[in-house]
Design a binder for this molecule. Sequence first.
Ligand code: GLN
Length: 236
Amino acid sequence: MITLVHLYPRHMNIYGDTGNVIVLRQRLRWRGIESRVVPIDVGDPLPHDADIVLGGGGQDAAQGEIGQDFVSRAAELRAMADDGVVFLTICGTYQMLGHEFVTQDGVRITGTSVLDVTTQGTPTRLIGNNYIDTPEFGRLVGYENHSGMTTLGPGVRPLGRTVPGRGNNGKDRTEGAVRDNVFGTYLHGPVLAKSPQFADELARRALVRRGSDADLVPLDDGLAQQAALVAVTRPR
Ligand code: GLN
């Protein structure tokens, strides 16, 4: 049984990010691997047997609403990351895994410092279809919509290089951040729907950590790959 932890599904679920939970569950189910989803809202305890932690995007106001609860879990989330728990965090949750997110209105939202990144909000929004090329997981396809400009520290490496889009900050062409099994990206969509190879990588890492057989039988991903091919031809 694989445990998926879904952080703040009510507050942090814009642009279909809950779809990442659905994609992961279904791909495990197609391999006969059972999973359960534990939604975490303000005040809920984190389960001790988390394998994969997922979190989506959210408006500045929503990030403000969950901010105190989220940062109160900082030590626990860092310990989980140090222990190899897999994280996939999108946009607003990605920002809050960092040290802080200062909104364009100057509101300082303290992060959990799971990732060595810092985000500054600006009046400019980085919006549009995007795909990134990654050294390990091939091409990831989605779209971005954020005011936050993220700077990476030495404790992380970029997830990939943004191609048509603006990525972390519209300057250095980096997109997302990685350390151990912790992944952050600005790609909404949900990103896993059109990047099935990345979904399998997350599942494989969780199974390896559990000492389970991580040899996932290949699936027919023709439809997802076609969707990705169409998506990358779309204008920004
Ligand atoms: N509110 C954050 C920003 O604007 C995150 C947005 C999002 O999650 N799409 O940058």
